[in-house]
Design a protein around this ligand. Structure first.
Ligand SMILES: Cc1cc2nc3c(=O)[nH]c(=O)nc-3n(C[C@H](O)[C@H](O)[C@H](O)COP(=O)(O)O)c2cc1C
Length: 444
């Protein structure tokens, strides 16, 4: 393992950075309308009303905000895909399904600052001429659902939702929908099926949701954090927003960190802060030697623990150049003496369990073959050639499944073999991991 040393915060936290998304988290009663308004809440939507719908979309484009649900698609551009004067009902959907291991940022936006999300959706609805919005929240987020429900009721009572919002002439209402706890429901088209009361299988794209979304009508789906950025972009301006971050990755972002660190949690930083900054300066440093970093939620390829990676800026381009992805910004640290095959099997089991079964590469490839081979490996029955078989299967699954769920599973699988092939070989040759005590699942 390469030894690393903490360094002072340098690059990203300069004067332009202003925490906004989580600025109110931790305040007493932050989830109430009274508290939100005392901090200037619902002023940004008034600015949106004064600007008009198209300038709001322009402002979002200019800000450089990219969707925070994982894929990083430019938000303003997505908003501009909605038809303008087609006379049909338009819909907005907030994706609050947040089910990927390592991702837990939206949870606190929902429980601690629900009015920030409602204001973001109001701005988005106004810009895209949508008068109905849904918040699709994962079933396990019980407190989040309660707080959103209460905030919607407060907003309705205050004339912030419903007919003629704040006398603007704009009608907008919001409805909360609770999922039943399935990762596939976070995939935007499966989510729409689920909202319609159908089985949550993904739909074929194109048509994309802006052309044919829920009930086959124009729909825009964004992540919770993406909507929550909108009030701040409207309040402080696109120039301020795009002054934070790096050349192509603009603004601030919620990073999550889990694994053996002194202070696991969620930290709001500008894009381009380094792994070293979040791990040492914010999360208090590792509690034990680390061998791998998963940078952006469990679907993103593992990266080795070394100085070059620690000094990599956490932005879309720099992490991409290192062979991984920013994803949701959910950083997971894997300890040095933790069997990588077991760690990977744990993730494979998650994806196998969550496969919706619609397409063969995912249902059979991940749900059956991949799971069985990993189980055989960790139980000590691996044979020479198994790793080649996993790689061959991965090759046959990659890019061939109906949605990105199967590819998400391949992220940790392929990267763990590339980085830690020796651990696979040791396990196959000896029937047990060199880190026996830490290979928890093998004993189940
Ligand atoms: C299997 C799967 C699960 C997903 N889960 C989520 C999720 O929980 N939350 C989310 O915002 N996006 C999730 N996505 C991405 C969404 O399909 C979609 O890209 C996103 O909601 C768009 O919002 P954004 O443009 O604001 O990022 C998932 C995608 C896949 C393939």
């Amino acid at each position: 393992m390469t030894m690393t040393t903490p360094r002072p915060i340098t690059s990203a936290l300069d004067a332009r950075f202003k925490p906004t998304l989580y600025a109110r988290v931790g305040k007493e009663n932050s989830f109430t309308l009274e508290s939100y308004r005392a901090d200037g809440g619902y002023e940004a939507v008034q600015r949106a009303f004064a600007l008009g719908p198209d300038p709001v979309i322009d402002e979002m484009k200019k800000s450089g905000l990219r969707g925070r649900g994982g894929a990083g698609f430019p938000t303003g551009l997505k908003w501009s895909f909605m038809p303008l004067k087609d006379g049909r009902q338009h819909y907005l959907i907030c994706n609050a399904d947040e089910s990927e291991p390592g991702s837990f940022k939206d949870r606190y936006l929902l429980t601690e600052d629900p009015h920030q999300l409602i204001e973001g959706m109001l701005i988005a609805g106004f810009a895209m001429r949508a008068s109905i919005g849904y918040i699709y929240i994962r079933g396990e987020y019980v407190l989040g659902a309660e707080r959103i429900d209460a905030a919607i009721a407060e907003a309705r009572a205050a004339g912030l939702l419903g007919k003629n919002v704040l006398g603007s002439g704009f009608d907008f209402d919001l409805f909360l929908h609770r999922g039943a706890g399935a990762y596939i429901c976070g995939e935007e088209t499966a989510l729409m099926n689920s909202l319609e009361g159908l089985r949550a299988n993904p739909r074929l794209k194109p048509p994309f949701p802006a052309a044919s979304g829920i009930y086959n009508l124009p729909t825009t789906i964004n992540n919770v954090e993406s909507f929550c950025a909108a009030p701040h972009i409207l309040r402080y301006g696109a120039d301020w927003y795009s002054s934070m971050g790096t050349e192509k990755s603009k603004g601030n972002k919620l990073f999550q960190i889990s694994g053996p660190v002194a202070r696991p949690g969620v930290f709001e930083l500008p894009l381009g802060a380094t792994f070293r900054e979040i791990i040492y300066d914010f999360a208090g440093g590792p509690l034990e030697p680390i061998k791998a970093i998963i940078p952006g939620g469990s679907s993103t390829p593992m990266m080795p623990w070394n100085d070059a990676i620690l000094d990599t800026p956490m932005d879309y381009e720099a992490i991409g150049a290192q062979g991984s992805m920013l994803g949701t910004g959910g950083v997971i640290l894997i300890p040095q003496d933790y069997c990588i095959v077991n760690a990977t099997w744990n993730l494979v089991r998650f994806y196998a369990h969550e496969s919706c079964g619609k397409c063969t590469p995912c249902r059979e490839g991940i749900g059956s073959w991949m799971t069985k081979i990993y189980e055989k490996l960790v139980r000590g029955g691996g044979k020479p050639g198994d790793v080649e078989l996993i790689l061959d299967m991965s090759d046959n699954i990659a890019g061939k499944s109906f949605c990105a769920l199967a590819d998400a599973c391949l992220g940790p699988v392929v990267s763990s073999i590339k980085l830690f092939r020796d651990e696979y070989d040791y396990l196959i040759a000896n029937g047990k991991s060199q880190y026996g005590g830490r290979s928890r699942w093998a004993e189940e």
